[in-house]
Design a binder for this molecule. Structure first.
Ligand SMILES: Cc1ncc(C[n+]2csc(CCOP(=O)(O)OP(=O)(O)O)c2C)c(N)n1
Ligand SMILES: [Mg+2]
Length: 549
């Protein structure tokens, strides 16, 4: 057995079923060991996409996804994916090759210091320098990647270590890890705050979307009957129509959901992670914030909780509910605002206009998606509209990145979601800018034989930046571009393309695309004048009126 075979054995021991990436010659022993293993090698067309796929595996399953690249250029291409997994708290292992470390037959050709590059982008980055350490290093890598707060880990395997004879060491078996449970005093303090609140509100943050939390969270909300809102990455974590959903905070202030936030005297923030664009801004005047998380909150200018319940969230929630359930006559105080908020959000959702308004676009996508369908967003202006307007009923059915907020992850994340959920509808929603950043992964999707629909929101521009430019009073400059013919582009990959050509055409076009199966590309033109009308004029005026009152 050589080092590469021992590494593959250790990965099998962790339950790894597929590795995404692009090998280089320094990985050939590793690839050969994969050939003789149970692990499938999924080739992508760019390492960045491989990292997005592996990270999404971690996000959706809690088990680290694995990606692979060569040294230098390939490893550098993983950097954005590392940042995505680090900020997004997604467990991922990145394995990269390197020239031999025991001699330097090619001098410095292709060598850059990848471990140093990865160090600030990961929870841990190591070069493997001895075959004997491989089993323990791999176990440690998965433990670190998967344990709260999850994130990426990098292992570099130099080609001579890969080829060196390895001692027959068994992989280190994984043992069950229980998270520490919240302290009695923390739970009592929290219960006291909740019992005293006159207008309590729950906020579900990014960590609330951990796959194992869906049930305890839903139970908690149902038992307390306190209304809740989400951050963008906390969307969909309460199952079913609870009647308690108050909205999603896609903006930091002044949106309709902030009517409730501004009225609340206690916000119970479950799993909030300050990597997200702030869902509300704390200031000297309140409200009181109770932070429930696996780890203490980082203290920020805009987030400095007054009390915390730290420990396994899945265990904290029932313990807390036991202390307050049935003793909260004011639990629903803020519910009076619910209808008003949701009605404002739904405004113009069914308006027939061509090009489509973002509201109509979100509405029609929801029509085409069953409750358990998964929508994976890239980054662009439409993300704000989906976060505000798209109602979710099942955990992790709207995947978006409000942490690194990188363009280019929409399609790769959807490829992973489709691979993991072959029976469910999966839709990638990308801008015409973001789609083109990893459009080559259409080839990966077609090669994998996936059923996947990609919706391109077309404005022939980097719309979000164009919008910011306008809002900040700059002249309209430099943000528009020419697009390829997306239908022909899809056909070139062996996928099928279609265009939405009328105001009422989107839902039926999506329906047709899902029914046909395979990889389907649908383009829809969008009218982004609503960005100014709603997100600036309407909400700006609203804020002024609120101030006058
Ligand atoms: C990799 C990367 N580059 C640049 C940005 C900055 N940025 C955020 S949104 C955006 C425009 C996105 O354009 P598009 O994908 O067409 O979506 P639209 O806003 O037009 O709907 C840009 C350039 C980013 N977030 N990520
Ligand atoms: Mg665009």
């Amino acid at each position: 057995m050589n080092g590469a075979e021992l590494l593959v054995l250790a990965l099998e021991n962790e339950g790894v079923q597929q590795i995404f990436g692009i090998p280089g010659e320094e990985n050939l022993d590793f690839v050969d060991a994969l050939r003789r293993s149970t692990i499938k090698l999924v080739l992508t067309r760019h390492e960045q996409a491989a990292a997005f796929m592996a990270a999404t595996h971690g996000r959706l399953t809690g088990k680290a996804g694995v990606c692979l690249s060569t040294l230098g250029p390939g490893a550098l291409n993983l950097a954005t994916g590392a940042g995505y997994a680090l900020l997004g708290a997604m467990p991922m292992i990145m394995i990269t090759g390197q020239k031999g470390i025991l001699s330097r037959k090619q001098a410095r050709f292709q060598i850059v210091d990848i471990v140093s590059m990865m160090t600030p982008l990961t929870k841990m980055a190591h070069q493997i320098t001895s075959t004997a350490t491989i089993p323990s290093m791999v176990r440690e890598a998965f433990r670190v990647a998967q344990q709260e707060r999850p994130g990426p880990v990098h292992l570099e395997l130099p080609e001579d270590i890969a080829r060196t004879a390895a001692p027959a060491i068994l992989p280190v078996p994984a043992h069950p890890i229980d998270h520490p449970v919240a302290s009695h005093s923390g739970l009592e303090r929290a219960a006291g705050l909740i019992l005293n609140a006159k207008r309590p509100l729950i906020m579900l943050g990014a960590a609330a979307s951990r796959p194992r939390l869906a049930e305890p969270l839903s139970d908690f909300v149902r038992r307390l009957q306190i209304p809740f809102f989400n951050t963008q990455m906390g969307k969909g974590s309460v199952a079913g129509g609870s009647g308690l959903y108050m909205g999603t905070a896609a903006l930091s202030e002044r949106d309709y959901v902030h009517w409730a936030i501004d009225e609340a005297d206690l916000i119970i923030a479950i799993g909030h992670d300050t990597v997200e664009k702030p869902p509300f801004l704390m200031g000297p005047k309140g409200p009181v914030v109770l932070h429930i998380g696996y780890l203490p909150a980082t203290v920020e200018e805009v987030y400095f909780p007054h009390a915390e319940v730290i420990g396994d969230v899945g265990q904290s929630l029932p313990l807390l509910a036991d202390r307050v359930e049935g003793r909260l006559p004011e639990a629903g105080a803020l519910l009076a605002l619910r209808d008003k908020i949701l009605a404002r959000i739904a405004d113009r959702a069914e308006e027939s206009r061509y090009p489509l308004t973002p509201q109509r676009l979100v509405h029609d996508v929801r029509q085409a998606m069953p409750e358990d369908g998964i929508v994976c967003l890239d980054n662009g202006m439409y993300k704000i509209w989906f976060a505000r307007n798209y109602r979710t009923h099942v955990a992790n059915t709207l995947l978006l990145d409000n942490a690194l907020a990188t363009m280019g992850a929409g399609l790769p994340s959807a490829v992973m979601a489709a691979l993991l959920n072959p029976g469910r509808r999966v839709l990638a929603v990308c801008g015409d800018g973001g789609f083109m950043m990893n459009a080559q992964e259409l080839a990966t999707a077609v090669g994998l034989g996936l059923d996947l629909v990609v919706l391109i929101v077309q404005d022939d521009a980097y719309g979000m930046i164009r919008w910011k430019q306008a809002v900040d009073g700059y002249p309209d400059f430099g943000m528009t571009f020419n697009n390829p013919d997306f239908v022909a582009y899809a056909a070139a990959y062996g996928a099928t393309g279609s265009r939405v050509e009328g105001p009422d055409d989107l839902a039926p076009t999506l329906e047709k695309a899902f029914t046909r199966g395979g990889v389907q590309l649908v383009t829809v033109p969008v009218d982004y004048s609503e960005n100014l009308r709603v997100l600036v004029d309407e909400l700006g005026n609203q804020a002024l009126m609120n101030r006058r009152n």
